[in-house]
Design a binder for this molecule. Structure first.
Ligand code: SF4
Length: 325
């Protein structure tokens, strides 16, 4: 297995409190594999990604678990070891392209410098590789030496993808890669990432609130809520045959080509407050199926189908597909 995340927990110190933003999360990723981490804002998906890159804010830390990349535990690695791994083995496309690009430096120079910091290549070769990637992500190579402000939002996001790929990483994390884009550009970026995965032999962890977009692009999905994985399995099984009320609500809240817009339903309430989590199931205050047990006992993750894990006391009874729901 290329990447194995085992029982990962991440805490943040906020004043005198320690808040758990990611709780006991486990998943794995093979070669040329793809996994989508989905959920609403504040569910822990971006924090998980930042933990994988060891890029947590200064008040955050990995409190438990392992991040095994080819058997080496990144959670326990030194800063120097992490520096060697970042970009070359595991790279990230940030949510906001402007976070990744320096506004006062030509984009080409940023890409070339990133490559030459990690690989002993001549400037000529670095330029050739950057030009190739530019063209591959759909930007004319003649624009390599322009500044970020000369690019549209969609082009900036493509340039960030080129930057993330310049050192030929084995794993690419795409943190909400389409959030700031219009619908057409969103589709193009998702298709681009899928094409790049084949060409560059990379594995992708795609983070998004849009479960249907992720289901199209990724082999498997992990649905997160309150810092935990609630349902996890092959994309088709999670999207169509979901067993968790939160997954079901999430699927119902996004438009689909196959159902009328009038069927879209909002999930009532908001993301849980990490400082005041429910004693039982984290989703219980918002769950239409919550029973007395849910409020007092936390459900464990268990296998509900051959390829699917679910964390709900009533996962088997709530087979929405079986009920035609
Ligand atoms: Fe809803 Fe209870 Fe399942 Fe939680 S355990 S998702 S509250 S039915």
């Amino acid at each position: 297995m290329l990447l194995e995340v085992k029982n990962l927990s991440v805490d943040f110190k906020v004043g005198r409190q320690t808040l758990r933003a990611v709780n006991n999360v486990s998943f794995s990723l093979g070669e040329r594999d793809s996994l989508g981490l989905v959920g609403e804002s504040g569910c822990g998906k971006s924090t998980t990604a930042f933990a994988l890159m060891r890029l947590l804010a200064s008040n955050g830390s990995i409190s438990e678990g392992q991040i095994l990349l080819n058997g080496v535990d990144l959670a326990a690695a030194s800063y120097d070891e992490i520096r060697k791994v970042r970009w070359k083995d595991i790279s990230i496309i940030f949510q906001n392209a402007m976070t990744a690009l320096n506004p006062v430096q030509k984009i080409g120079d940023q890409i070339i410098n990133a490559l030459r910091e990690h690989e002993d290549v001549s400037k000529k070769e670095a330029i050739e590789r950057a030009e190739y990637l530019f063209e591959r992500v759909g930007i004319a190579k003649s624009r390599l030496m322009q500044y970020p402000h000369e690019f549209s939002g969609g082009m900036k996001q493509r340039a960030v993808i080129a930057l993330a790929l310049i050192c030929s990483p084995k794993i690419l994390i795409a943190d909400e890669p389409t959030t700031a884009l219009d619908v057409v550009a969103q589709r193009q970026v998702i298709e681009l990432l899928a094409g790049l995965q084949d060409e560059f032999n990379i594995s992708i962890v795609m983070i998004s609130h849009d479960i249907s977009a992720v289901a199209e692009a990724c082999r498997s999905i992990a649905v997160m809520y309150g810092g935990e994985i609630m349902e996890q399995g092959r994309s088709k099984d999670v999207l169509i045959q979901n067993n968790h009320p939160y997954t079901h609500a999430l699927v119902g809240s996004f438009p689909s080509l196959h159902k009328p817009l009038s069927t879209l339903a909002q999930i009532p309430g908001g993301a849980p407050n990490l400082a005041d989590m429910p004693a039982g199931c984290p989703f219980s205050p918002r769950c239409a199926y919550a029973a007395e047990l849910c409020g007092r006992e936390k459900p464990d993750s268990r296998r509900v189908r051959l390829n699917k894990l679910c964390k709900c006391h009533y996962a088997e009874e709530l087979d929405f597909n079986k009920k035609g729901g």
